[in-house]
Design a protein around this ligand. Structure first.
Ligand code: G
Ligand code: G
Ligand code: MN
Ligand code: NA
Length: 253
């Protein structure tokens, strides 16, 4: 209960901070996008994982304020990078959205955040986990359709772990499948079947792919050979503060 109160205060004070991890084109290893990742450095407990505090926020009614904070701060940061870096700024940021945020409030919140920071909708991609989509596919589809019509991109996170029906997938207005890192990890043990199948499925549906959790150069090569469009992982770039991300993009321009 105390941790919930502390989380509420942390959200109010903007003590939840964001790190940004670059996403790379497999073809030329350029990066034009980042994923924003929430962090909470607790005064006594140290770093609390987003897996923990997002779940806590979901249980305690704080997911609304937390989601708003992440959305607004990511947009604010994109606008700041634009001012600082011009054409070298990241073109897009991917924002993670919880299952509980997939309701009628999400579209107006995204519209408002983009307007507040004078950003075009194409600057945002919303990541939703496969399991979140499958909780209530019909209502998820309604929300996704609103966002897609706005011009925001949509990615299914942790794809392959959430038992989604392929029939539903065909009717969801998404742009990208993120190949779960568990399938990237097993490439090293000779298991290319799942990663290969997910990439082929995406290609057949006209979707792009981001392979997550790329930790070795060998995995990057295997994923390139399998046709993954984009790569993300510690071996390519770590999640960084907004300031370091600016320096990182400036140095590569
Ligand atoms: O950054 P890390 O690997 O510790 O993230 C753990 C999990 O928390 C991942 O599944 C990631 O998608 C999720 N996560 C990180 N930031 C956010 C966020 O801002 N909102 C939501 N809903 N999930 C997030
Ligand atoms: O579920 P989601 O894809 O949103 O999770 C993103 C999380 O993955 C981030 O918290 C990030 O810290 C973590 N991550 C990023 N790159 C790697 C990697 O190469 N290996 C592992 N194990 N985790 C990674
Ligand atoms: Mn994600
Ligand atoms: Na993932």
């Amino acid at each position: 209960l105390r941790l919930v109160a502390e989380l509420r205060t942390a959200i109010e004070r903007r003590d939840i901070t964001l790190l940004y991890q670059p996403i790379f084109s497999t073809a030329d290893r350029s990066s034009v996008a980042v994923e924003s990742l929430a962090r909470w450095e607790h005064a006594e407990r140290g770093a609390i994982s987003p897996a923990t505090f997002v779940a806590l926020a979901e249980e305690s009614g704080l997911i609304g304020p937390l989601g708003l904070l992440v959305l607004d701060e990511t947009c604010r940061q994109l606008a700041e990078w634009d001012a600082e870096l011009g054409a070298a700024a990241p073109q897009r940021a991917n924002v993670n959205v919880s299952a509980l945020q997939l309701d009628g409030n999400l579209h107006p919140q995204v519209v408002a955040a983009l307007a507040r920071h004078r950003l075009h909708p194409s600057r945002l991609s919303i990541e939703i986990t496969e399991s979140a989509l499958m909780k209530d596919p019909a209502s998820a589809r309604a929300v996704l359709t609103q966002l897609r019509d706005l011009g925001v991109q949509l990615a299914i996170d942790d794809f392959g772990t959430g038992y989604s029906s392929l029939a539903h997938l065909r009717h969801l207005p998404v742009d990208c499948l993120k190949v779960d890192r568990s399938f990237v990890a097993e490439l090293g043990q000779g298991h290319t079947e799942i990663a290969s199948a997910v990439i082929a499925l995406a290609e057949n549906l006209g979707l792009t792919t981001v392979a997550e959790g790329v930790e070795t150069a060998e995995q990057a090569e295997q994923l390139a050979a399998l046709g993954a469009g984009f790569l993300q992982g510690f071996s390519l770039a770590q999640p960084m503060t907004g300031e370091r991300t600016a320096a990182w993009f400036a140095a590569r321009a």
